[in-house]
Design a protein around this ligand. Structure first.
Ligand code: HEM
Length: 405
């Protein structure tokens, strides 16, 4: 039940992409107070309030945006990008979503990820070794970007030497999953999808360049042999996990470091206090989530606080807005690592059947990174203002983060 006053109006206010993009938190704060949802100038309905976002993640009147339909809307009728969008678990619904997700979820259990912590720690430490004597670093390129692909290669049993190359393709293709990404970038996304799915195919076939492919992929290979997945589906799930595990976590690593330093948190304590590090990670993911929204499609008219989202529309559930809703969080614009109202299942990782498959891995990476950086650089400080995360929808980017010690 919403705590906002219910007005008489029924059609959604129309807001331009430019207004939202110029200053996302400010624009969303203003519109969230006025209406539960807005209509962007391209017709996408954006849900703003926490209760609306949380409910619609589970509401049968919405479903995941269908990948094939979405590819057609984006003007990608065939080819590698089309195949990736239309068979990825991320843009699938019943009955195909479950068999596409199941083989990958086995390797992402909390227990499996806990066992990975020593490896994550040592990968973080070895990246730090490369710049520890420099006195300063641009953290995104030297640490936040290279770490997640190294971790995901290990999880999948792929050779670590391939990580820099596939992460380049990931950055090319991941904007394709956001409806707000510019159409002129589609050729770049296609190139990234071609390379990434070719790489996924080589891993599945166990070709020499990817010869160590093993444990992490066994579930996928079994589903393929059992005929539960087609070869195109198996490739797409592998590419999806590589995609899901790379630039989301890059943005998040940079963000948690920048936010804790900028807000005067007890930086040197993170080294030995795993609980404090975990709380800082949760608060960074709330305060500025690396995934700003998740897409859905409305199957029926949906009335929120007196406003109607019509049936048959692309819907964007704004995690960015929901996580700053004053009706859900006390003083939501304050960064507070000791906050007591942190939800058990934050929408930063989505919700329902599509809830992030890699949440445990992402949290382990973020916590281990924060602890390793604090341990090695107890006097670390920001050079200049903290970077702003780019965008308000889908996966958000970060440019540079300059630090010194
Ligand atoms: C801080 C880092 C991360 C954030 C904020 C994040 C966020 C999300 C969100 C919001 C969704 C739901 C999308 C939707 O409902 O449409 C999602 C799905 C997904 N994520 Fe993550 N993610 C992160 C890290 C990871 C990692 C490390 C992996 C894999 C190794 C991963 C793999 C996936 C996959 C495969 C899905 C699709 C699940 C499905 O459709 O069933 N994510 N993620």
């Amino acid at each position: 039940m919403s705590q906002y006053p219910i007005p008489q109006a029924s059609s959604l206010p129309v807001v331009s992409h430019a207004e939202l993009d110029a200053n996302p938190h400010e624009a969303l704060r203003r519109w969230r107070a006025a209406a539960p949802a807005i209509e962007r100038d391209d017709g996408v309905c954006i849900v703003l309030r926490a209760d609306g976002v949380e409910d619609l993640l589970f509401d049968p009147r919405t479903q995941q945006l269908d990948g094939a339909t979405y590819a057609a809307i984006r003007g990608v009728p065939q080819g590698a990008l089309h195949d990736l969008l239309s068979t990825s678990m991320l843009l699938s619904n019943a009955p195909r979503h479950k068999p596409r997700r199941a083989p990958m979820s086995r390797m992402m259990s909390a227990r499996a990820i806990d066992a990975l912590r020593p490896l994550i720690r040592s990968l973080a430490e070895s990246l730090i070794d490369e710049f520890e004597n420099d006195g300063q670093v641009e953290l995104v390129s030297r640490f936040a970007a290279p770490l997640p692909p190294l971790v995901i290669s290990h999880v999948l049993g792929a050779p670590a030497k391939d990580a820099p190359e596939f992460s380049r393709w990931v950055y090319q293709v991941s904007p394709a999953f956001s409806a707000a990404s510019p159409a002129q970038d589609i050729p770049r996304m296609i190139e990234g999808a071609e390379n990434l799915t070719r790489y996924a195919e080589a891993l599945l076939d166990g070709e020499p360049s990817a010869a160590q492919a093993g444990a992490g992929l066994s579930g996928l290979v079994e589903s393929l042999s059992a005929g539960e997945l087609s070869p195109a589906e198996a490739k797409a799930q592998l590419a999806t996990v590589i995609l899901g595990g790379s630039d989301t976590t890059r943005t998040a690593i940079a963000s948690v470091v920048a936010l804790t330093l900028a807000h005067g948190c007890p930086w040197s304590l993170f080294a030995s206090d795993s609980q404090l590090s975990a709380s800082a990670v949760s608060e960074a993911l709330r305060y500025d989530p690396p995934v700003g929204s998740v897409p859905r499609f409305s199957l029926a008219d949906i009335v929120l606080d007196g406003f109607t989202i019509p049936a048959g529309r692309m819907v964007s559930l704004s995690t960015l807005s929901a996580l700053r809703d004053p009706h859900r969080f006390n003083d939501p614009d304050r960064f507070d690592i000791h906050r007591a109202d942190q939800p058990r299942w934050p929408v930063a990782f989505g919700g329902g059947v599509h809830r992030c498959l890699g949440e445990a891995l992402a949290r382990a990476e973020l916590e281990e990174c924060l602890m390793a950086l604090s341990r090695r650089f107890p006097t670390m400080r920001l050079i200049g203002p903290p970077p702003k995360l780019r965008g308000y929808a889908g996966i958000r980017g970060v440019d540079e983060l300059h630090l010194a010690w």
